[in-house]
Design a protein around this ligand. Structure first.
Ligand code: NAP
Length: 249
């Protein structure tokens, strides 16, 4: 019987929410997963009972974070086929109340992180004829009063997705983005929103989601996985909303 090496995927922000569901879905399908985040405990929980998942504590904003992540993946598995740029921080506020440090941190995580990681992974992804998946947001395609820096950073990542898709075709690399709508994850807590504010955001999201429900992390993981499959070989440069119809309503 022929044994092929499993395909290897790096998922950032894999300790919670969408990243955890994505890492676990890849593992269930037989991929080897490097699960990245800053805190070890949630990553270990993601990996429980899944020997295909290797937790890796790393910060995508650290000077050598992206380089270290790629080196560790290659040291562990000898190849890298897919990069899922999922780590992100939300929050923000109106322009009139700009917190410059918070804005910088957000752009360093949500925009510069994926850029630096994609750059660090380029040689390995070229060798594997791999896939980059950027996790953006459906609000990146619309006005987002009160969280313009978040939406703007994600919209820039949508744009990078299109440019990289064309730029990297000669290397055999596909680049796609998945743009979630309202998904049930701890992102509100992680962004420091009060329980009242989180409830208000949730009510607004529900009212503006034609599907009439909040999404599950697994809804997004499903889309990421499908876009990484070899059958998706003719799909590149797209931003796929996974949002219950919110962006087109
Ligand atoms: P989440 O549960 O807060 O997940 C974000 C993860 O990123 C956390 O596990 C966090 O873990 C990790 N992270 C943050 N900064 C990092 C850094 N510098 N280096 C490495 N890891 C870092 O939220 P989520 O909803 O699943 O979000 C996943 C992605 O989906 C984000 O990009 C978010 O913008 C996007 N999104 C979410 C929604 C939604 O409704 N939930 C909607 C649209 C888009 P550590 O703190 O341990 O590092």
């Amino acid at each position: 019987m022929e044994h092929s090496t499993p395909r290897v995927v790096v998922v950032t922000g894999a300790g919670t929410g969408i990243g955890r569901a994505t890492a676990q879905a890849f593992a269930t399908c037989g991929y080897a997963v490097v699960a990245v985040g800053r805190r070890a405990a949630p990553l270990v929980e993601t990996a429980v009972g899944r020997p295909g998942v290797t937790p890796l504590t790393a910060d995508v904003t650290a000077p050598d974070g992206p380089g270290m992540i790629v080196r560790e993946a290659l040291a562990r598995y000898g190849r890298l086929d897919m990069l899922v740029n999922n780590a992100g921080v939300a929050g923000g506020g109106p322009l009139a109340e700009l917190d410059e440090d918070a804005a910088r941190r957000q752009l360093e995580t949500n925009l510069l992180g994926p850029i630096r990681l994609a750059h660090a992974a380029l040689p390995a992804l070229t060798e594997a004829r791999g896939v980059i998946v950027n996790v953006t947001t459906s609000v990146g395609a619309r006005a987002s009063p009160g969280s313009s820096v978040y939406a703007g950073g994600k919209a820039a990542l949508d744009s990078l997705t299109r440019s990289w898709a064309v730029e990297l075709v000669p290397r055999g690399i596909r680049v796609v983005a998945v743009a979630p709508g309202a998904i049930d994850t701890p992102i509100g807590e992680h962004s420091g929103l009060s329980p009242e504010r989180r409830a208000a955001v949730r009510d607004w999201q529900l009212a503006h989601t034609p599907a009439g429900r909040i999404g599950r992390p697994e809804d997004v993981a499903w889309a990421i996985l499908r876009l990484c499959e070899p059958e998706a070989d003719f799909v590149t440069g797209v931003v796929l909303p996974v949002d219950g119809g919110a962006v087109v309503a």
